[in-house]
Write a protein that binds this ligand. Structure first.
Ligand SMILES: Cc1ncc(COP(=O)(O)O)c(C=O)c1O
Length: 393
């Protein structure tokens, strides 16, 4: 093996020095070798992709959809995705306003790259999925972290106003709801108030609504309904259709703006694999309601976990969506969250996540992904109880 040229290494992209490897993924990998471990770590549905979507993918290959598909997505996929958004969330997108991306992750990257210049400020409500911090930092943008814990984990219009009063280069406000990691969502009123503050300002909202189909017991209001001209809406099939491995996200944005995002997409990934696009078309059309039975199951699990955890002394609100349980450790337990997560994994073979990497407001919290079978969740709760019992002595 050749020696590392340290000068070359030091002269690589500066911003990468600000990016930490995913603590959640490395913890997940570390604990995977523990015998009998129950992992409640990653945000990955335990359901399989619905059969009709798999059949559409097989037909796609048999139909020789094996060449380059169009850069922004096939006509069929873009039409189905626009119809899905319009029908479900009272929106008004044309197929030409839709871009198919390699997962929602690429949707975040291509959108932010297209709308910002290095040094632009981005309002990042925290706790937030750490990928956002990596992308914002990696692109040379300036994150302004706003801790939403004091407002029940919802970014208020007032918080935005206060932040804008102190920063004059804000280009983007990021939103994600239902939220990873808090399981909270935004009411229609909250969205209307945010829109009222941002309307007619030279500021974009990048609204990650990838968990929109997993909203519990209330209607999901998209920012794109209230503030369409300034909103870049992100969604996808990873969570709603249990399709994380297919890598399909979507961006919906006003004409003109979407074209620039398509340009970024073109010179980074060219296009999304054809088979995935055909599967996505099936998901957004014949599978328009595929998330509903899964959502029912997630609600049952959320209720079960909430009851069990609060009985054990954890402090949390009932989730309003997505599939995460975000809780504070029992007051009497004299342990920090990293120690707790580590010891619980090694002593009782249950892995959950220390929430600290999700940013300000997440200190003292742990996150459980309840996208796991009820049997595993039941067993995990018993093991957590045993762990607490061992600490009481
Ligand atoms: C808030 C949020 N946005 C985007 C993604 C990424 O989705 P995808 O797998 O489609 O890239 C995730 C995945 O965990 C997420 O939690």
């Amino acid at each position: 093996m050749s020696d590392i040229n340290t000068t070359l290494l030091q002269n690589m992209r500066r911003e990468l020095a600000n990016i930490k490897p995913s603590a959640i993924r490395s913890f997940n990998k570390e604990v995977s070798s523990i015998p009998g471990i129950i992992k409640l770590t990653l945000g990955e549905p335990d359901f399989d992709t619905p059969q009709h979507i798999k059949d559409a993918a097989k037909a796609s290959i048999d139909n020789n959809h094996t060449h380059y598909p169009p850069t922004p997505g096939t006509d069929g996929l873009r039409a189905a995705a626009a119809n899905f958004l319009n029908t479900k969330y009272n929106l008004n997108y044309k197929p030409t306003q839709i871009l198919a991306t390699v997962g929602a992750t690429e949707a975040i990257w291509s959108s932010l790259y297209a709308i910002t210049n290095p040094g632009d400020q981005v309002i990042v409500p925290t706790p937030i999925w750490p990928m956002y911090l990596s992308i914002v930092n990696g692109m040379g943008l300036k994150p302004i972290l706003v801790n939403t814990e004091p407002n029940d984990f919802v970014l208020s219009a007032q918080m935005i106003e206060d932040t804008l009063a102190q920063h004059d280069h804000v280009k983007v406000v990021l939103l994600n709801f239902p939220s990873n990691p808090t399981g909270k969502t935004y009411s229609r009123e909250a969205i209307e108030e945010i829109a009222a503050v941002l309307r007619d300002k030279e500021i974009f909202v990048v609204s990650d609504e990838i968990y929109s189909e997993l909203t519990y017991g209330k209607t999901h209001t998209s920012v794109a309904e209230i503030l369409p001209e300034q909103t870049i809406l992100l969604n996808g099939v990873s969570k709603s259709h249990a399709m994380t491995g297919w890598r399909l996200g979507i961006v919906a944005a006003p004409e003109g703006i979407i074209d620039k995002i398509i340009t970024v997409h073109q010179f980074t990934v060219t296009t999304v694999p054809y088979t995935t696009q055909d599967a996505g078309e099936e998901a957004f059309s014949n599978g328009i309601d595929d998330a509903l039975p899964m959502r029912e199951e997630y609600i049952k699990r959320a209720n079960f976990v909430h009851e069990a955890m609060t009985k054990m002394g954890f402090r949390a609100d009932k989730p309003e969506g997505a599939f995460y349980y975000f809780a504070k450790l029992p007051e009497w337990l004299d342990e920090d969250t990293a120690t707790f997560a580590h010891n619980l994994a090694y002593e009782q073979a249950v892995a959950l996540v220390d929430a600290t990497p999700f940013g300000p407001g997440a200190e003292g919290y742990i996150r459980i992904s309840y996208a796991s079978s009820m049997e595993d969740l039941q067993e995990a709760m018993k093991r957590i109880q045993k762990y607490l019992d061992s600490r009481r002595k």
